[in-house]
Design a protein around this ligand. Structure first.
Ligand code: ADP
Length: 370
């Protein structure tokens, strides 16, 4: 197996770290905090054939892999975007295993200065992969520094200062940069354009999550009924990482409270104990909807105001809480802010206000001048 090197640990984002601690004991939903969880690593697919769901993405990557192998050239630079836990890191690892090349992992937040990225660039082997997680957090100076790397496999190093300064071009081996982001909109267009493939990862269908849960239950040597796998899949917010975390909790519950086998009743009891409801929403999701509806009268309101009221970081709100609520249409985003939909009121068991909040989408003026 090809070597995997972590050149710089993921620098924890203080605010998000705090949010995670506040949620401790509940669910791991955010990016894996370093060091990586060994059980999660065991569950991670290693080969393209083990990838479940995301068929269109997997097929395009299979073409890119086959072409790179036949031409004897590195893979093109690839950008993955999508909410946390959908498989961006997994795909990068799979590509490195399929090609049998070296993989180095780093994060945009860890690369403060140009010199932070230099060790990899100068040591990169021909055809190797550099995975940059949270690439939207690269400082502009570092981003501009890697443009010539991505285009021509060279770096421009300035030696000396002022009048005596000279630029030398340092040729590099040809390698691949794989970027991952939860916020593709925050990427500058010059950086985005330097990626030859852009792959957007969507939330998973329950069928795919049920397969992931069944495969991973076998890896964890736990027996699960198809109905229970389906139940967990429907309550995993469309996200494999959450499905894995729910499965691990339910397995522990089944061992502690029963004979270790997971059936629907065990799954339901275990999830109820973690306050995960029938839609798979956890306490934080419900608190978000409750804050939007009770404090902000259903909206529209901005993410910053919601984050401040909930004492969460705005990044946690934007990256981890909102994407799935938007996808489920519990919330809609308008130019004037977030609005709770009738489904959100119903989900919390609250009466839907007479004026359907969704109408505000079509006519925001109605809120100002009813
Ligand atoms: P991201 O980098 O997007 O935050 P990861 O790649 O770390 O997400 O995925 C989280 C976990 O979900 C992985 O460890 C793996 O077990 C599981 N996973 C992700 N995508 C898939 C997939 N397509 N098939 C099976 N398991 C997956």
């Amino acid at each position: 197996m090809a070597r995997e090197v972590k050149i710089t640990g993921k620098k924890p984002d203080d605010d998000r770290e705090r949010d995670r601690e506040a949620r401790a004991g509940a669910d791991a939903r955010a990016d894996d905090p370093a060091p990586p969880d060994p059980v999660e690593e065991k569950l991670r697919p290693q080969r393209l054939a083990e990838i479940i769901g995301q068929r269109a993405v997997a097929e395009r990557l299979a073409i890119a892999l086959a072409a790179a192998k036949k031409r004897g050239e590195p893979l093109p630079h690839i950008l993955f975007d999508g909410p946390p836990g959908l498989g961006k890191t997994t795909f990068a690892g799979v590509l490195h295993n399929e090609l049998g090349v070296e993989l180095s992992l780093t994060s945009g937040a860890s690369l403060d200065k140009k010199m932070d990225v230099m060790p990899y660039l100068t040591n990169a082997a021909e055809g190797s992969i550099l995975f940059i997680d949270e690439i939207h957090r690269l400082p502009r100076a570092v981003e501009e520094f890697i443009y010539p790397v991505m285009e021509d496999f060279r770096v421009d190093v300035v030696l000396g200062e002022g009048m005596a300064a000279r630029t030398i071009n340092l040729p590099l081996k040809k390698f691949t940069i794989i970027g991952a982001t939860t916020r593709s909109g925050m990427l500058s267009s010059p950086l985005r354009e330097r990626f030859h493939m852009h792959e957007h990862l969507e939330f998973y269908e329950p069928e795919d999550l049920a397969r992931i849960i069944t495969v991973n239950a076998a890896k964890l040597r736990v027996e699960i009924s198809p109905e229970a796998a389906w139940e967990l899949a429907g309550r995993s917010r469309g996200t494999p990482r959450i499905a894995n975390s729910r499965l691990r909790w339910v397995r522990d519950y089944a061992i502690a409270r029963a004979d270790g086998r997971i059936d629907v009743a065990i799954a339901e009891d275990a999830l109820a104990m973690q306050e995960i409801d029938s839609e798979g929403m956890d306490k934080q999701d419900r608190r978000y909807l409750d804050t939007l509806i009770r404090v902000f009268k259903g909206g529209p309101t901005g993410a910053e105001a919601l984050a401040a009221t909930m004492t969460l970081s705005v990044d946690t709100i934007r990256d981890e809480v909102e994407p799935y609520l938007l996808r489920r249409e519990f919330v809609v985003r308008t130019p004037r802010g977030r609005l709770a939909t009738a489904s959100a009121y119903r989900h919390l068991g609250l009466p839907v206000p007479e004026r359907d909040p969704e109408e505000d989408l079509l006519d925001p003026q109605r809120r100002l001048f009813p």
